[in-house]
Design a protein around this ligand. Structure first.
Ligand SMILES: Cc1cc2nc3c(=O)[nH]c(=O)nc-3n(C[C@H](O)[C@H](O)[C@H](O)COP(=O)(O)OP(=O)(O)OC[C@H]3O[C@@H](n4cnc5c(N)ncnc54)[C@H](O)[C@@H]3O)c2cc1C
Length: 553
């Protein structure tokens, strides 16, 4: 945390020098002493200081200055730092102006020059004012701040990117936080420029893409090898496990991720069934441990970057990025997992990111405080989200088509939900419309048995209605099942086209796709178990098949 600032402004260099000297002697351990001879320069500096979350505790400003009078300067400075204490330096003849300023700029004190000796005339006054300021002072958050509208899809994307990459930030809602409006106006921006992302060096981005954010915060790693032994596409549990084993077993390993490490598991508020964690662990915690382990062992990590295709030539694989150079590898593991299935209901597409979210229970939970929220889905992910949101919302309603949760959710979660009075399960119910002007306000529900409809106030809707595999990007002829999941191993023999593409004498390895040297692991694979542990198991197994494959080429 930076020291709070005492800022003095006087156009007379001699006076400025002596005030700076006296302030430094007494206060430089606890305060940063800044001074300038130009009021305009001081105002420019204040904007930079505000952007970098520095705090001014006290202004000491001369009344008679050529650019503007001290009172006018204090009036402008007040808009940026309303809580700073204000002292006017005056000559005897200016006392009338100073007295007037007591009301105009809520002046705390006027000090008649000269103030010798400072022990008698300066320090007692300043001490008193600083004590008073300290008693109300709450240190500013030092780090990334995001200014935006709560119900803006663009703001949600920025918050979600930072949260899923485990980057701490402070959210500043333009509609409820006066400091947010202040930051906007001192930088001469308007609501159209939001979201605004401020870094602690005082620089900022407006309406940033996640690539721009990554570049700004130094998360743009480089491709260091001309050729990799294995490239892993997707950094969910399967990809992370493959990266840990690949790197630890001496393979030149690169993992590419379109958004943030952790995948679906990274969005989970509490994973209770992962081996070795008896009281459960959050997806964020698991991700933090896994990504640091993979990188420490030497795996490269390229993110945010989407793979848009894989090409094969002479046994080498070329990984084509959405934007960026092509990467050559001897083998590939596809661990792209699954994407949330979209709810095709009137109003949902328009309000997605503005009160309606897919799997964003942890990112937007704080905004649900004391509100009524709805969840669609009866699986474990919906159950975990309900438990997490129940700590914030006044009521959490789980909407399911079936009578109850018994056939779709684990019994430990059903028990927890049963013991949480503010979670309500709405059986035999569907959402048929979402309504709202700019953000979600109401949901229309139907009882699927009686066909009765009703409208309910809703501040948020979280959708967990299953998933489809992330395989649309693959143009290479890799065999997939009828739902788009990648087929591997012995099952491939059941496909008519298999013989056309597979030209080796041996059968494909257990996790190998119809293209030799390209493997699939985790939820993206046909027949996957959809568990963190099985994805981790498959990711690590895939590396042993990579070794076998590399030994034969
Ligand atoms: C909310 C929630 C809670 C869950 N809770 C549990 C639990 O308690 N216990 C349990 O065992 N399981 C749980 N699961 C299931 C578990 O998280 C998944 O089975 C597991 O994450 C699958 O891992 P994966 O690596 O195969 O795929 P994913 O986790 O889906 O990861 C795939 C990754 O690939 C990336 N990707 C996709 N396409 C591309 C591309 N073209 N280029 C680059 N990157 C790409 C994605 O962004 C993603 O990060 C939960 C799932 C959810 C959604």
């Amino acid at each position: 945390m930076n020291l709070p600032i005492i800022f003095s402004i006087d156009d007379d260099p001699q006076v400025l020098r002596s005030i700076s000297r006296d302030l430094k002697i007494k206060y430089s351990k606890e305060y940063k002493i800044l001074s300038t001879s130009s009021a305009q320069e001081a105002l420019d500096m204040l904007t930079e200081l505000k952007n970098s979350a520095d705090v001014v505790a006290l202004f000491l400003c001369d009344q008679r200055m050529p650019e503007m009078e001290g009172v006018e300067f204090l009036e402008k400075a007040m808009l940026i730092y309303p809580d700073a204490k204000r002292v006017l330096l005056t000559a005897y003849s200016d006392t009338e102006a100073a007295i007037k300023a007591i009301n105009e700029v809520k002046l705390d004190y006027y000090l008649i020059k000269p103030w010798d000796p400072p022990e008698d005339k300066l320090y007692p006054v300043i001490n008193d004012l600083l004590d008073d300021w300290q008693s109300d002072y709450i240190p500013e958050f030092k780090g990334i701040r995001v200014v935006g509208f709560q119900f803006s899809p663009l703001s949600h994307v920025v918050k979600d990117y930072l949260a899923s990459n485990l980057i701490p930030y402070r959210w500043m809602d333009i509609q409820t936080n006066p400091d947010a409006a202040n930051l906007l106006s001192i930088n001469k921006l308007t609501n159209d420029d939001l979201p605004m992302l401020l870094l602690d060096d005082g620089t900022f981005l407006t309406k940033p893409s996640i690539k721009e954010i990554a570049a700004k915060i130094g998360k743009n790693p480089e491709i260091v090898h001309d050729m990799y032994d294995v490239v892993i596409i997707g950094a969910g549990p399967a990809g992370l496990a493959a990266a840990v084993y690949g790197a630890s077993e001496g393979l030149k390993t690169l993992m590419i991720e379109r958004k943030a490490p952790g995948g679906q598991a990274g969005t989970s508020s509490r994973i209770e069934n992962y081996l070795g964690f008896p009281s459960g662990l959050s997806g964020a915690d698991l991700t933090r441990r896994a990504i640091s382990q993979a990188v420490r062992l030497g795996a490269g990590f390229l993110s945010p970057q989407s793979v848009s295709d894989i090409k094969q030539k002479d046994g080498y694989k070329t990984i084509v990025l959405e934007d960026g150079p092509e990467i050559i590898s001897r083998s590939v593991i596809i661990t792209t997992g699954v994407d949330y299935r979209k709810l095709e209901v009137k109003g949902v597409a328009e309000l997605t990111g503005a009160g309606i979210y897919y799997g964003a229970a942890t990112t937007e939970a704080a905004a649900c405080r004391d509100k009524n929220v709805y969840i669609i889905g009866g699986g474990n992910s919906a159950g975990q989200a309900a438990m997490y949101l129940s700590k914030f919302a006044c009521n959490v309603h789980i909407v399911i088509r079936k009578d109850d949760l018994t056939s779709t959710m684990s019994s430990y979660l059903i028990d927890q939900i049963g013991h949480t009075p503010n979670i309500h399960v709405l059986g035999n119910t569907e959402v048929i419309e979402a309504k709202g002007d700019g953000c979600l306000e109401k949901l229309v529900l139907i009882n699927v048995k009686t066909k009765e409809t009703r409208e309910e106030e809703a501040s948020a809707l979280y959708i967990f209605i299953g998933a489809k595999p992330y395989t649309d990007w693959l143009k290479l002829d890799i065999l997939k099942d009828e739902k788009g999941f990648i087929e591997t191993g012995r099952e491939l023999r059941n496909y008519e086209n298999f013989k056309k593409t597979w030209k080796l004498k041996r059968d494909p390895f257990l996790l190998e796709t119809s293209c030799a040297g390209i493997f699939a692991a985790g939820d993206v694979r046909s027949g996957a178990m959809n568990r963190v542990a099985s994805a981790v198991g498959e990711g690590s197994m895939a590396i042993s098949f990579v070794h076998k494959y590399l030994a034969e080429v």
